[in-house]
Write a protein that binds this ligand. Structure first.
Ligand SMILES: [Zn+2]
Length: 256
C-alpha cells in the first residue's frame, strides 16, 4: 500500500522550517520531478522542509550540490532530507496563501512565530469573511478556533492535551441558573467531500455517557452522513451536530 502523502498545512504566522530560525516562512518548498517514460510530473510539498524564509531559501539554493534535472539527485542543506530523486522548487506563500500570510505577518511582527499559535480576533474576523479559509487551518488550530467561538458564546472552553484525546478535543463548561453544564466537543476539520459518519457520532455519545457530561457535540467543516443524522436525531438533547453552515453562522457575529 502506498504511504499517505504527508503534508504540513500553512498557517497564519507560519515560521521557517529551519530549526532555530525565527523568521516567517516566505516560500513553500516542493519536490519536483518528471518521469519522461510516463510523461508524468511529480510536484508535492517537501514535507521534510515545507517552508523557508528567503535567506534560507537562497542559502539552500547556493549550497546545493548536484544537477537540477528530472530523475536527478541533489544534496540540499535544508530541503529534500529524504534524498528523493528530482529537485527542489519554491513557491512564494504570498501567492498561495495571501490572506493567511498577511494576517500572520501583521499579527507577528518581525520575529517569532509558531508560539503565536493562539487564534486571535483578527484571524477570526478574517475567517468570518472568508469561511473557505477554514480548510487551510491545521486540525489543532481549528480546535482553537472552535474554542474561541464557544468562548464568545459564553462557555468556558478547555482544550484537551493531544495525547489523551479520548474522543473530545474541547471541554466546554457553562453555569446558569439551573446548574452546571459540561459539553464534550469533538472537532473535525474535514474536506467538504469527507462527511462525518455515524461511527464518530456513536463514539462521542459513548464518551459523553461514560464521563457523565451534559452533551456530546461534533463540529466539522464538512457535513454529516445520513446515518449520522439518523442516529443523532432522537438524541437531540444528548448530541449536537454542527456542520460548515453552523460554523459560518457562528463566525458571522465576527464579520467586520
Ligand atoms: Zn529561515
Amino acid at each position: 500500500m502506498a504511504e499517505p502523502i504527508k503534508h504540513v498545512s500553512y498557517e497564519a504566522g507560519q515560521g521557517c522550517s529551519v530549526p532555530e530560525c525565527a523568521r516567517l516562512a516566505e516560500f513553500e518548498v516542493y519536490l519536483y520531478d518528471y518521469y519522461p517514460s510516463q510523461d508524468m510530473e511529480f510536484f508535492e510539498q517537501d514535507y521534510t522542509c515545507p517552508f523557508l524564509c528567503s535567506d534560507h531559501m537562497e542559502e539552500n539554493e547556493r549550497e546545493a550540490i548536484g544537477e537540477r534535472k528530472p530523475r536527478g539527485s541533489v544534496d540540499y542543506l535544508f530541503s529534500n532530507k529524504s534524498h528523493a530523486q528530482g529537485y527542489t522548487k519554491y513557491a512564494p506563500v504570498t501567492d498561495a496563501y495571501p490572506l493567511l500570510y498577511s494576517i500572520g505577518s501583521a499579527a507577528v511582527g518581525a520575529k517569532l512565530v509558531r508560539a503565536v499559535a493562539a487564534v486571535n480576533d483578527e484571524l477570526v474576523r478574517h475567517l468570518a469573511c472568508h469561511p473557505e479559509l477554514l480548510y487551510e487551518l491545521n486540525p489543532r488550530r481549528f480546535e482553537e478556533l472552535v474554542a474561541e467561538l464557544l468562548k464568545a458564546q459564553g462557555f468556558e472552553p478547555t482544550l484537551t492535551p493531544r495525547s489523551r484525546d479520548g474522543g473530545r478535543d474541547i471541554l466546554a463548561a457553562r453555569s446558569d441558573a439551573l446548574g452546571n453544564l459540561l459539553y464534550l466537543v469533538e472537532c473535525k476539520r474535514y474536506a467538504p467531500t469527507n462527511k462525518v459518519g455515524v461511527e464518530l457520532v456513536r463514539a462521542i455519545h459513548g464518551v459523553t455517557q461514560a464521563e457523565r457530561a451534559t452533551k456530546g457535540v461534533i463540529v466539522t467543516t464538512s457535513s454529516f452522513t445520513k446515518g449520522a443524522i439518523a442516529f443523532a436525531s432522537p438524541l437531540q438533547y444528548a448530541i449536537g451536530l454542527h456542520d460548515f453552515e453552523a460554523l459560518k453562522s457562528w463566525l458571522s457575529d465576527f464579520q467586520h
